[in-house]
Design a protein around this ligand. Structure first.
Ligand code: PMP
Length: 406
C-alpha cells in the first residue's frame, strides 16, 4: 500500500481541527498519539452494540467479547512477534507494566545488596518503580550514563555488571533525546551473565518494527495510547519462562484457580497476571490500532517520519539560535531543543497560540535535564500523519518566538 499522507490524515478527525483560528499542528505525539477512525469506531461500536464482561459469561455477548479480546491478544503477539499469545499480558499502560515486573521480579529475585541497572536517559516510569524496589529490598540502583550527544555509553556495562546484578531495564527510544538505543547489544552482554533485560518500548512501538524474539528481551512493555490506540491500555510481554516463574502482582477475580481461606492457587498464563475486569474494549481497540499501523507498514511509517525528522532538525539548526539536545544517530521522531535565551515555557505558549502543539518541560526525565544542567526543553515529536508543511509552520513559530523574546 502506498503512503498517501492526504488520505491518511482524513482517518484522523482531530487533524482537521483549528485552534485559535489556525490549523492544528499536532507535534506532541511522544506524549500521546491521535486516534484513527477504525479505533474510534471500534470503541463506539462496542459501547453501542457489543458491551459485555469477558471470561465469566456463557451468553452470546460475553462469548463474543471474550473471543474478540483473545483475538486482540493474538494481534499483539503477531505485531511484536512473540512466540505465544499467553506471553502477552494486557495492562493499563507502560507504567503499570513496569511496576508489575518491578514488584513481582523484586519479590522473588531481589535481596539486600543486589543491584538493578537502568540508564541515565530513562523516563521516570523506568526509574521510580526500581527505586521503590531497591528501597523495599535494600538493593542498589546502578546507572549507564550517556554522552552529551545522547549516546548510551554501553562500554560502561562491563564494569557496571557485577555478580549482584539481577536485572537491566533500558529505554528503547528515548522520549527526550530520540536516541534509538542498542538494546540487542545490551541484551547480549546481560545474557552472557544470565541477567534478564526489560525494554521500555513506549517510544519505539509506534515507529520501529519490533521482534521480541530476535531482540531476545525478557520483557517488553508499551502503552496503547502512543501507538494510535486508546488510553488506559498497554502490554507487558514476558518470555513464557519468566511469566511462569514470577508471582502475580495483583490479586482478585480471574487470576485465580481455586480460592479457599486456607490457600489460593493461581490461573494459568496469561490470566494469572490479569486480575479483575480488564479494559477489554480498550484492548480490542488497541488491536484495531495495530492493524491500522500494519496496513500502512511500519517500514513506510519509519521512512516518512525519518525524512521529517531530518528535515525539521536541519531547518532548526540553520536558524542559528537553537540548541538541539540529542544529536546522536540513530534516532527516531523526537526533536528536543531550546531557543537560546528563551524559557521553554514562554516558547511553548507562543507556539500554542500559533496552533502548534509541542511539549515543554522535563518530559518525565529529570535526570536527562540534570545531565545538561537545564530546566527543560521544547519537544516536537512526530507521528505518521505529520507533514513537511507542518514542519514549516513549526519553524515559522520558532522564528516568532525568537523575535518576541530573543
Ligand atoms: N516510558 C517512556 C519512554 C515514555 O515515553 C512514557 C510516556 N511518556 C512512559 C514510559 C510512560 O507511559 P504511560 O504514561 O503511558 O504509562
Amino acid at each position: 500500500m502506498s503512503f498517501d499522507i492526504n488520505a491518511i490524515r482524513k482517518d484522523f478527525p482531530v487533524l482537521q481541527r483549528q485552534v485559535y483560528n489556525r490549523p492544528l499542528v499536532y507535534l506532541d505525539n511522544g506524549a500521546t498519539t491521535q486516534k484513527p477512525l477504525p479505533v474510534i469506531n471500534c470503541v463506539n461500536d462496542y459501547h453501542v452494540l457489543k458491551n459485555s464482561s469477558i471470561h465469566r459469561g456463557i451468553h452470546f455477548l460475553s462469548e463474543q467479547a471474550t473471543e474478540d479480546y483473545e483475538n486482540a491478544r493474538k494481534t499483539v503477539q503477531q505485531f511484536i512477534h512473540a512466540a505465544h499469545p499467553h506471553e502477552i499480558i494486557f495492562t493499563p499502560g507502560t507504567t503499570a507494566s513496569i511496576n508489575g515486573v518491578a514488584f513481582s521480579f523484586g519479590e522473588k529475585y531481589v535481596n539486600e545488596g543486589d543491584e538493578i541497572i537502568v540508564t541515565e536517559m530513562e523516563h521516570h516510569a523506568n526509574i521510580v518503580p526500581w527505586q521503590m524496589l531497591c528501597e523495599r529490598k535494600k538493593a542498589l540502583l546502578r546507572v549507564i550514563p550517556f554522552s552529551d550527544s545522547g549516546l548510551l555509553r554501553t562500554e560502561e556495562l562491563d564494569s557496571l555488571i557485577t555478580p549482584r546484578t539481577r536485572l537491566i531495564a533500558v529505554i528503547h527510544v528515548s522520549n527526550t533525546l530520540g536516541t534509538l538505543n542498542p538494546v540487542e547489544e545490551i541484551i547480549r552482554k546481560a545474557h552472557a551473565f544470565n541477567i534478564p533485560v526489560l525494554v521500555d518500548g513506549a517510544q519505539s512501538i509506534q515507529h520501529i518494527p519490533i521482534d521480541v524474539q530476535k531482540m531476545d528481551c525478557d520483557f517488553f512493555v508499551f502503552s496503547g495510547h502512543k501507538v494510535y490506540g486508546p488510553t488506559g491500555t498497554g502490554v507487558l510481554y514476558g518470555k513464557e519462562k519468566w511469566l511462569e516463574e514470577l508471582p502475580p502482582f495483583q490479586g482478585g477475580g480471574d487470576m485465580v484457580d481455586i480460592v479457599t481461606f486456607a490457600k489460593t492457587t493461581y490461573n494459568v498464563l496469561p490470566f494469572k497476571f490479569e486480575a479483575g475486569t480488564p479494559n477489554y474494549i480498550g484492548a480490542i481497540a488497541l488491536a484495531e490500532a495495530l492493524r491500522y499501523v500494519s496496513s500502512l507498514g511500519l517500514d513506510s511509517i519509519a521512512d516518512h517520519e525519518h525524512q521529517l525528522l531530518e528535515y525539521g532538525s536541519e531547518k532548526l539548526n540553520k536558524l542559528g539560535f537553537i540548541t538541539l539536545y540529542g544529536t546522536a544517530r540513530p534516532k527516531s521522531s523526537i526533536i528536543s531543543f531550546l531557543v537560546n535565551g528563551v524559557h521553554p515555557y514562554d516558547a511553548g505558549m507562543v507556539m500554542d497560540k500559533m496552533g502548534i502543539a509541542v511539549r515543554t518541560g522535563t518530559h518525565c526525565a529529570q535526570p536527562v535535564m540534570q545531565h545538561y544542567g537545564i530546566g527543560g526543553t521544547i519537544r516536537a515529536s512526530l507521528a505518521l500523519y505529520n507533514t513537511a508543511g507542518e514542519i514549516d509552520a513549526f519553524i515559522e513559530a520558532v522564528k516568532k518566538v525568537k523575535t518576541m523574546f530573543g
